[in-house]
Ligand binder design. Sequence first.
Ligand code: 0WK
Ligand code: BGC
Length: 903
Amino acid sequence: GAAAQPALTSRPQVQRALLALTVPLETLQVVKGRMLQAMRKGLSRQTHAQANMRMLPTYICSLPDGTEKGDLLVVELCQSHVRTLRVTLSGNGNQSPEVVYKIFDMPGDIKQGKGEALFDFIAQCVCQFLAGISSPQQRLPLGFVFPFSCRQTGLDKAELISWSKGFSCSDVEGKDVVQLLQSAINKQELCHVDVVALMNDTVGTMMTCSTEGEPCEVALVVGTSTNSCFMAEAQQVEMAEKASGQMCVNTEWGYFGDDGSLSDVLTPYDQRVDQESANPGEKRFEKLVASLYLGEIVRHVLTALAAEKALFIGSSVAVLRTKDVLKTQQVLEISNNEEGMAKARSALEVLGLQPSEQDCCRVQQICRAVVSRAAVLCAAGLAAILSHMCQSRELEQMVVNVGVDSKLYRGHSRFGEILQSVTGLLAPECKATLLPSVDGTGRGAAMVTAVALRLAAQRREVEQLLAPLWLSRADLERVQALMRREMELGLGRESNADSSVRMLPTYVRGTPDGTERGEFLALDLGGTNFRVLVVRVAQDGIRMASEIYIIPTTVMQGTGEALFDHIIECIVDFQLKQNLMDQILPLGFTFSFPCQQLGLDKAVLLSWTKGFSASGCVGQDVVHLLREAAQRKQHLGLKVVAVVNDTVGTMMSCAYEDPKCEIGLIVGTGTNACYMEEMENVGTVEGEQGRMCINMEWGAFGDNGCLDDFFTNFDQLVDEKTINAGKQRFEKLISGMYLGEIVRHVLLALVEKQVLFRGKPCPKLQTRDIFQTKCLSTIETDGLALQKVRAILQDLELQASFEDSILVREVCQTVSLRAAQLCAAGLAAVVEKMRENRGLAQLAVTVGVDGTLYKMHPHFSQNLQKMLQDLAPNCTVTLLQSEDGSGKGAALVAAVACREAEP
Ligand code: 0WK
Ligand code: BGC
């Protein structure tokens, strides 16, 4: 390879120069490592300001999906000209859109003139271009390719940070360039153009190289200057505050090394190039790889070697002191294999250096070394980007396409080969395909503009569709007031029947006082799992052992006899396992369905909920049904002393830890709440003294139509398909059994509106209950890489793009937030009533909470707490998560029942 050559021909000076220009692999590894650090520094909010690599957000969050269609205008501001294009996208994959373009050379001085003059010139180009082509009168969207570092706050809001590449127009830095161009265009009367997107040239390249099947997620520009961009995980782009999805980041890697982190690569030749540049000390990486400088580097090497009498012996080398006397184009041609030597001779002769054969050979070696160094340093930069992407996507391996817009790449085949192979060496976990962009950034810019329009249109569709699920403060205050009214009606002896919230007395008159003692069996039926427990309540606390048993759907929806027989079988199995066959322990039965309690151990089932519908139970005393089953099974050891609702069991369990706990809340498969009400307010039970726990059965809130304004068509669709349509309407807005179904119907509607899964119908999405609440919780987990959301959807046979994954996450967030806020409105009504009951200005109360949705969902509890605080500011509510389920509570109620039963 190149290295071999020198030994043969050169003098030590040339040898040394070539060595200095050769960056060993281990140094490249170090450079890659430093670039990774610099990238992280630029992405982090804390260190962004000091970062050399600015990692600028571009607000490009999605790649074209081939459905974009329409006429779009693009303007590219290039080194010496402005190019205007009209791109017509057909929407069928857009492989080969129709492009018309025109190039307008830029007057020499405009780059150093007034900013206004520059933008007026660009606007005139646009208008002349439009006048030249037959364009329809309607307003045309325009994408502006502006290859300078900008601080963007949106696709159409970009402030110029600093000019470069010879531009230095006044009154532009620090200003919004989109506005400057739009107002320049508005000055041109007959121009109906809206600037809807501005992008860096690297972004234009990435999009140009992206095709439907082969998205490009990284792009390099190595031309007059150099830069790169890539699709980062949005949550890592801390300056952009975009929680999820991806966002393209413009690295501005030209500035890498300005903090000295390239010191062990820079050679004295580079120092001289930098000192003579327009911006000494700045853009050190750019000055090693961009074509604006390669010629200069070679010139300084030749100057140095000539000074050491290692080259051009006998010729005056004064010419080598002239800046830019050696063009990068020449360097590329000289380093070319075939006619490189010839090029070297002619170039050096033109400079009057009468080169010897050896001189030409050495000059070629130097040119090759400089170009190769540029290529391997680019490779180190690209490898850093690829490894960063692989890490942040938590992938072992990554396959990615890289768009490359580079004269060097096009002009010098070895540049591309070196770039490809060294990147592979430095980032072996990434398989990168380099895709040269053929026609600049025009098509890509059109894609960005089209995507911007598509996203804007889609956003409008999405917001319209989701709006009914967004509850305002006023909506929630209204739900709170309606809940309060229904509670009052439910407590009234006369009005109880009109209320949808049945406010069922539980005959539990107090929370544990710590004197409870004994050993109890407990059953916990109605939640996700059926549990049988043994609970020992002693001086030093409560110990328990339990077993979970499955209730098959066929038993849940079979006969009551079969259901209760199944329960007895589980009890027997548990007693065998726990060696309890020879003891008759008092049993507390948590039965999580609406029951009319007629005593602590007598409860008549009013209706089934949550997917249960066992026959012959409604209207029956469930304790009697259990005892009958025990007889049928000759199980004589059954002594049921209490039956409680899971809300009551949960309140009692938590009250054992925190005496201020006087409310129980379940948000699981179903939802419900209970609380300690003043007996004087419980019109349906005799007695005015003390308090009694009321099982609100708020799941049925709204079954009398009082919540109809809040039901969306998605809720209607969910309710219609349940086995208890029209019932438990509040529960069906909140609880775990239904949230997934609401989400599924919203997604179906979004597919219908062509804004999800590209409108392609997904048979799997027609399947009921594919979205389990567990799945929602995972999708909404903070920081979950979008890749994982896609994977979850893939498991559901839903082919989701990143965009789709973001939208699915937003739908999940919207539906679960509504559930938490409605729950907060219900709870606010309860704590406010208790505060008024007790005539307190401020109430401090604890709520014992259980249920899979509340426990597993990443945001439910915070969203509930926040809205509860807003709706009931005079109540300090502590939400205490129940650790041991309501089985313990049932045992405590049983203990009270036993104590009361003692003579
Ligand atoms: C665990 C309690 C049980 C209650 C359940 C509700 O021990 O009584 O029914 O929580 O949550 P789910 O299992 O329905 O999510
Ligand atoms: C039942 C309540 C139960 C709640 C939570 C509702 O469906 O009607 O009795 O408390 O689910 O499990």
